[in-house]
Design a protein around this ligand. Structure first.
Ligand SMILES: [Zn+2]
Length: 313
């Protein structure tokens, strides 16, 4: 009896090693079971073959039952695992087809995905601007800055829609114009415009990314007016006296500084769109180009701020 069991186990191991058909092991097991059962059921107890096979069918019946239970348990587990993998692959495939776009679809929707940039300015390109206002070039001298900027942006990416407004931002158009845009990137060179943008953006609950420059130093701040955050006038309640805060044109500015501050402002705007990272809402980031230092200052809402108290234009 023992020799038959050992022989069967050895056969099973070799069948696996030689990668024989998976059905050969259960087929041999069934054949052996039938043969042993026939010997015990048909031959008399004293028969030599029946004696050699143990003389009784009961231990064989127990052994065969254990074998069948183990074998079918393994087969059922394999089937379940295989079905689970297949379902997972189908779900992944379905999900992939839902979120991916064909080239034609990407082309069709590209203008919607990239969006619109509006630019408002009433100035024209001057030769003295070119060392720091890098969006303009020598061919643009004399052109309104909004058209020069529009051409530069469209030359770089023709899929962006640029809307130029060749005029000064005034109170009579501010609310209607700013309401068209999700984010206002404010880099004006005078306090009247800064205060106007702050007031209107506050009333519209818009986000303002603000940048300012002095000769060697730049500041970047974000005012998310959809939140209960400080506004520009909380920090600078009154405009400075004439002569205390000269414009870039009046005082001069380190040539690389507008590019650095402009890029930081673009980064904050993109982060806000993507809703990632820590933004500068309620924080003033100061970049000192002379000392190659940056500082961050937390700014608070002023209790006596007229704009925050009103919240309306
Ligand atoms: Zn305020």
């Amino acid at each position: 009896m023992l020799s038959i069991i050992i022989g069967f186990v050895v056969f099973w191991i070799f069948a696996r090693k030689l990668h024989l058909s998976k059905s050969i092991v259960p087929a041999v097991a069934i054949g052996l079971s039938v043969f042993i059962s026939c010997v015990h059921l048909t031959l008399p107890p004293e028969n030599n073959l029946r004696v050699a096979l143990g003389g009784s069918l009961e231990p064989w019946a127990l052994l065969i039952s254990i074998f069948l239970v183990v074998y079918f348990y393994r087969e059922i587990l394999k089937r379940i695992r295989s079905l689970s993998i297949k379902n997972t692959q189908e779900i992944k495939s379905q999900h992939s087809s839902e979120i991916s776009f064909s080239d034609v679809e990407l082309d069709r929707y590209s203008r919607h995905m990239i969006g619109t940039i509006g630019i408002i300015d009433d100035d024209v390109v001057d030769q003295s601007n070119l060392q720091r206002q890098v969006i303009h070039n020598d061919h643009s001298i004399g052109l309104p800055k909004v058209f020069s900027a529009q051409k530069a942006i469209e030359d770089q990416n023709p899929y962006i829609k640029v809307k130029p407004y060749n005029r000064r931002l005034s109170r009579d158009i501010a609310s209607e114009l700013l309401s068209e845009y999700d984010i206002i990137i404010e880099g004006s060179d005078n306090f009247e415009t800064r205060y106007l943008v702050n007031e209107v953006a506050k009333s519209l609950s818009k986000v303002v990314v603000s940048g300012a420059l002095s000769q060697w130093e730049g500041q970047v701040m974000v005012f998310d007016h959809s939140l209960n955050s400080p506004c520009y006038q909380c920090i600078f309640p009154e405009k400075p006296a004439a002569g205390l805060a000269p414009t870039c044109a009046e005082a001069g500015v380190f040539s690389a500084l507008p590019g650095v501050i402009g890029t930081l402002m673009a980064a904050e705007a993109i982060k806000h769109i993507l809703d990632v990272g820590n933004g500068l809402n309620g924080v003033m980031l100061i970049y000192d180009a002379m000392q190659a230092e940056t500082r961050s200052i937390k700014v608070n809402k002023a209790t006596n701020c007229r704009i925050c108290a009103n919240g309306t234009v």
